[in-house]
Write a protein that binds this ligand. Structure first.
Ligand SMILES: [Zn+2]
Length: 399
């Protein structure tokens, strides 16, 4: 077995290219797991995703650590031990990870200082990063206070220092999380602010983190999951939100600060208008039902109304039917045709005919499904072309 890989990212996280020698090849189903004598590629771990990039121009898809050896997974590679390789990092990806990870240390410490809340876990995702904090209830004010504190430290551009310490000598250091470790440990210090044990890659000073923004949060277990973005991600988020506000401002022909008031006013006006519309529609349906009752035709012992409506709301047709059968002696057969055909069969309280008989007759024509009670039944089908024939069949049951 080969010796441990020299992990160049530990001493120089800003090294973007390197030369190395292949020391071991592991066969993978679709390529090779390449172990080098040294590497700048950070393997997945400690909440930070692995680096990507190339070895001799071939894409490195994933990087993992196994017993001190760093394995670079490469599709279609044919390296052999002793080969010299040039490694190049996808620097944009790595620097993004460094901004999010250093930003996380800083944000977690800001939660401790402002809200006395500890971080229990960290996830660095491809779109969003999260920390789970012990805080039971988060508010807009609390989020803003923590953001202000974290960004104050960003603006002070404090150095981040990395050092290897003996776990036994950590007593004098106010670590954010007490470790259960022995031997040598890696300490990341944000000068005079935060001390954490961490194997990840970090920026050189807080200014390189860039802006730290809390995006949103939700209850998680007994605490809160906080979604945040740092650096370029925070910039992209700002650009996208600022674009949205500008676009709303154009659509509403209003200043940015007036948007909220306009939308709230519209919402209130819409509620009033909807209430008024419901009342007016009810009046219209009552009048329409009255006219239909007047022109109803005698059929057997009752008076029959039938009609098929195209592009009229299903609920509205149903309400019309209910109004018709509130008059005595009526049977109403109504249909609403849109994407589907839906037929309603209703009777007045004094009519004896079972509406389910009408429904069954119509469903036989429509090949549709339905059901109901003796007073009110309905059926529906995709065969909109058969709706008229189905109504005729139902009418024949009455006659
Ligand atoms: Zn860390």
């Amino acid at each position: 077995m080969s010796a441990d890989t020299i992990q160049r990212y530990e001493s120089d996280p800003f090294m973007k290219e390197f030369d190395a020698v292949v020391v071991e090849i592991n066969a993978l189903p679709q390529g090779q797991g390449v172990v080098l004598d040294q590497t700048c590629f950070y393997p997945e771990g400690g909440g930070q995703p692995c680096d990507q990039g190339t070895l001799n121009g071939l894409p490195v898809l994933s990087v993992t650590e196994s017993d001190g050896r760093i394995v670079h997974s490469i599709e279609g590679a044919s390296f052999k031990p002793g080969d010299k390789v040039r490694g190049v990092l996808d620097w944009e990806r790595r620097f993004d990870h460094m901004q999010q990870h250093s930003g996380q240390h800083l944000l977690s410490q800001a939660f401790v200082r402002v809200l006395k809340s500890d971080t229990v876990s960290f996830h660095l995702g491809s779109d969003e990063s999260t920390i789970d904090v012990t805080l039971g209830e988060m508010t807009e004010q609390a989020a803003s206070d923590v953001e202000n504190e974290a960004n104050r430290i960003v603006f002070e551009n404090r150095p981040l220092r990395v050092s290897i310490r003996s776990a036994a000598d950590l007593d004098s250091i106010p670590l954010r999380k007490k470790p259960d470790l022995s031997g040598d440990v890696r300490l990341i210090e944000i000068a005079d602010y935060d001390w954490s044990l961490c194997c990840g890659t970090h920026v050189r000073a807080t200014g390189e983190i860039g802006l730290i923004k809390i995006l949103h949060w939700e209850k998680y277990k007994s605490g809160t999951r906080v979604h945040f973005a740092c650096g370029s991600r925070a910039l992209r988020d700002y650009q996208s939100k600022s674009g949205l506000v500008k676009s709303l401002s154009r659509v509403l022909t209003a200043g940015e600060k007036e948007i909220e008031a306009i939308i709230l006013k519209w919402r209130d006006e819409k509620k009033v208008a909807e209430k008024r519309m419901i009342a007016l529609l009810d009046e219209v349906l009552t009048a329409e039902a009255g006219r239909m009752v007047e022109s109803a035709k005698q059929a057997g012992s009752c008076r029959l109304v039938s009609a098929l409506f195209r592009d009229r709301d299903f609920q509205e047709v149903q309400n019309l039917g209910r109004k018709i059968v509130s008059s005595p002696g009526m049977v109403a057969i109504l249909g609403a045709v849109g994407d589907r055909a839906t037929l309603f069969f209703g009777r007045s309280a004094d009519v004896k005919t079972d509406m389910r008989d009408l429904q069954k007759a119509a469903a036989g024509v429509l090949n549709g499904k339905g059901g109901g009670s003796p007073n009110w039944a309905q059926c529906s089908s995709e065969r909109t072309d058969l709706a008229e024939a189905a109504i005729e069949r139902a009418k024949s049951v009455i006659a």
